[in-house]
Design a protein around this ligand. Structure first.
Ligand SMILES: [Zn+2]
Length: 298
């Protein structure tokens, strides 16, 4: 059983029961038996009823900040590692423990993007579960890379809007070097978020078509779009803001490249801090544990 759901929403449980066999076959066909087994085993080991949140209240107590009521369904990564960087912006900790929680609620379906093309709850859940598929299969999960970048730049909101972030950084008095570094992290964070989201949509499409749901990918095949941002330091920062970052790749190749991102994903930037951090992250050891184990008081 590749796809599992341990939450308490009856409608979703029912929809999953009706489609589970078909979905599982499709996962095996797309990922191959070995990878499908790895997802199954990881899910079995670290997910349970306590990994699923139907309200934001309990979840907020884990997060330490408040999710707004219009939060769409989402899979979130948790870690309690220090995430401290050394003087060359490499992650100090070489072993990081992580866990996963899902916010899947009646409300969350309304605000999720799958509500634009289907009323079936299973579509939104498959999307979140596909984030889990990447998390389970990537040697170093990109969700963690994203998490660390976000931690370093202290942006007001996630996903990062680079224009908004430039405005935010102008409000504080920082040395030019620091501004340049943070904007490099922010720009890469935005690119990473978009790539991960789009690659997940591609997997959604391949999985959901097996149960008659058509996932529209309007951006597919479009020219990549870039935005030039004038920095307070005088330089211009060019960042990808739309179109198809995988224009010349087949759907299957996109999934492959994201799963093996250490080989394929290299930040296009002149900011050496970004390179140093990303290179240092490629070599860390990441463990995946149940949520209650991560938050257990020692
Ligand atoms: Zn998503």
């Amino acid at each position: 059983m590749v796809i599992v759901y341990y939450g308490r929403l009856e409608q979703l449980t029912k929809e999953l029961e009706e489609t589970r066999d078909t979905l599982n076959h499709r996962y095996i066909k797309i990922l191959g038996q070995e990878r499908a087994n790895k997802v199954t085993d990881t899910a079995k080991r670290i997910l349970g009823p306590e990994s699923f949140f139907e309200t934001t209240n309990v979840l907020n107590s884990y997060l330490g900040y408040k999710l707004p009521p219009n939060t769409p369904n989402k899979m979130g990564l948790f870690t309690r590692a220090s995430l401290e960087l050394d003087s060359r912006d490499r992650l100090k900790d070489r072993k990081i423990r992580t866990s996963i929680g899902f916010y899947i609620s009646e409300n969350g379906f309304q605000y999720g993007s799958s509500s634009k093309f289907t009323e079936r709850m299973i579509a939104s859940y498959v999307h979140e579960f596909n984030h889990f598929v990447y998390y389970a299969l990537q040697r170093v999960p990109l969700e963690l890379v994203s998490f660390i970048l976000f931690d370093k730049i202290q942006a007001r909101k996630q996903p990062i809007d680079i224009g908004d972030y430039v405005a935010q950084i102008e409000e504080v008095d920082l040395p030019h070097e620091e501004i340049f570094k943070r904007l490099g992290f922010a720009a890469f964070s935005q690119v990473l978020h978009d790539s991960l989201e789009q690659a997940t949509r591609v997997l959604d499409k391949m999985i959901l078509e097996s149960i008659g749901i058509n996932v529209p990918l309007e951006w597919r095949g479009m020219e990549r779009l870039y935005q030039d941002i004038q920095l307070p330091t005088g330089q211009i920062l060019r960042t990808g803001v739309g179109g198809d970052p995988f224009k010349n790749l087949e759907d299957k190749e996109i999934i492959e490249q994201l799963l093996e991102w250490e080989k394929y994903l290299n930040p296009v930037t002149r900011v050496s801090s970004v390179h140093n951090l990303v290179e240092s992250l490629k070599g860390i050891k990441v463990s995946r544990v149940p949520l209650q184990e991560l938050f257990k008081v020692k």
